[in-house]
Design a protein around this ligand. Structure first.
Ligand code: PMP
Ligand code: GLU
Length: 396
């Protein structure tokens, strides 16, 4: 069996279900099916023109070569300014590493820190790749489940209980993919009090949705001076600037972490794309006001989704305050017969929606919650309305 020849590391991981579902939707579309794809977390906007112009200029000016491994110094300076301007975080360029997307930035940190028996605490629902990345490192994920009643957020007692002598890392996103929950300043302060008692535990704060935040302003957990040295702040251009394919992500971290990420990246990819880095200088120098129009549009869509989902019996949901996902509980449908087939779990429910409503979503199981379903509203209003009309019809 060829499969047995693969590394143990690989035998233990699965394909990214967000990417797999989106590929399936694309394949069906190519075959002529009228599928509405609400599976992938990818903004449907065009990147801002001022950023595109900067990239074109970079090509004409000859930025065609390897950059320093951790990124152009000018970009790292701009990232420090951005992290202070938007998040009140103080970093110096030697604490910044620019990578090929936030995905690589996170993987660099995990490879820097994790040994085989280390434990990584991950609140569920979690972003699909956290768990698999920990598996790639052959470390042990320790999952803290949350419920819709608590807005899918953990509390300090749960955190304290999950910590053991093997705990090396904690990883979470706020605003959250897949739930859209946002941790408040106070909630983060309470978690920080626990981390303060365990100074060896590092925290990966994935803030890629920081600007897509509808109620109170996003807070970075690294803001608290007593745990700042434990935090790796992760961010990138994919969501805020709608530049998913440009692959720019970065970390702000203690220097020893930044140095080890630089070492790993130097062996794995040399550097992030040079043209995209120059464009990132322009993007991140701009005040967030310039991308406000996209956030406003996401908020409109979020409100639209809340109105539409109310109309569907059997969906329980909480109001997402950030990102562009809603994560309804669909377990009311489990054990029921739909078109002659009994739905057993969220995988089957998501399959059902794809087959009968031709709407692609992602099963909650991808994110560690078997009772829910992730619906991305990073799509036009017309598509969202049509998708919910179809879902409602299929479930009748
Ligand atoms: N973290 C979260 C929570 C995400 O949703 C994504 C989306 N892909 C990423 C990280 C990775 O982003 P990037 O495109 O920068 O690799
Ligand atoms: N983060 C997005 C999502 O969750 C993009 C796909 C991925 O990178 O997994 O859908």
């Amino acid at each position: 069996m060829k499969k047995n020849r693969l590394s143990h590391r690989l035998q233990n991981i699965s394909y990214s279900q967000t990417i797999a579902m989106s590929a399936k939707a694309r394949e069906l579309k190519n075959k002529g099916y009228d599928v509405i794809n609400l599976s992938l977390g990818e903004p449907d906007f065009y990147p801002p023109n001022f950023v595109l112009s900067a990239a074109k200029k970079a090509i004409d000016e000859g930025y065609h070569y390897y950059t320093p491994v951790s990124g152009y110094l000018e970009l790292k300076k701009v990232i420090c300014e951005k992290l202070y301007r938007d998040n009140r975080l103080k970093y110096t360029p030697s604490q910044i590493v620019v990578s090929t997307g936030a995905k690589q930035a996170i993987m660099n940190v995990l490879l820097s820190l994790l040994n085989k028996d280390d434990e990584v605490i991950i609140p569920a629902p979690y972003w699909v790749s956290y768990l698999q990345m920990v598996n790639i490192c052959e470390s042990s994920p320790v999952i803290i489940p949350t419920t819709m009643n608590n807005d899918f957020k953990i509390n300090p007692e749960q955190l304290e209980k999950a910590i053991t002598s093997k705990t090396k890392l904690f990883i979470f996103s706020t605003p959250s993919n897949p739930t859209g929950s946002v941790y408040s300043y106070k909630e983060l302060r309470n978690l920080a009090d626990v981390f303060k008692k365990h100074p060896k535990i590092m925290i990966i704060a994935d803030e890629i949705y920081e600007h897509i935040c509808y109620s109170e302003k996003h807070t970075s957990i690294a803001i608290f001076p007593d745990i700042h040295h434990q935090v790796i702040t992760v961010n990138g251009l994919s969501k805020a600037f709608s530049m998913t394919g440009w692959r720019i992500g970065y970390i702000g971290a203690p220097e020893w972490i930044a140095q080890s990420c630089d070492k790993i990246q130097g062996q794995m990819t040399s550097c992030a794309n040079s043209i995209a880095q120059i464009a990132a200088i322009t993007a991140l120098s701009a005040h967030p006001d310039r991308i406000e129009y996209m956030i406003k549009e996401f908020e409109k869509r979020r409100n639209l989704v809340l109105n539409l989902i109310k109309e569907i019996d059997g969906f329980q949901f909480s109001k997402p305050n950030g990102a562009f996902y809603i994560f309804p509980k669909v377990s009311d449908f489990f054990g029921k017969k739909l078109y002659g087939k009994t739905i057993q779990n969220s995988d089957e429910f998501s399959e059902f929606l794809l087959e009968k409503a031709q709407v692609a979503t992602v099963s909650g199981s991808a994110f560690g919650d078997n009772e829910c379903l992730r619906i991305s509203y990073a799509s036009s209003e017309n598509k969202i309305i049509e998708a919910f009309t179809r879902i409602k019809k299929a479930l009748k």
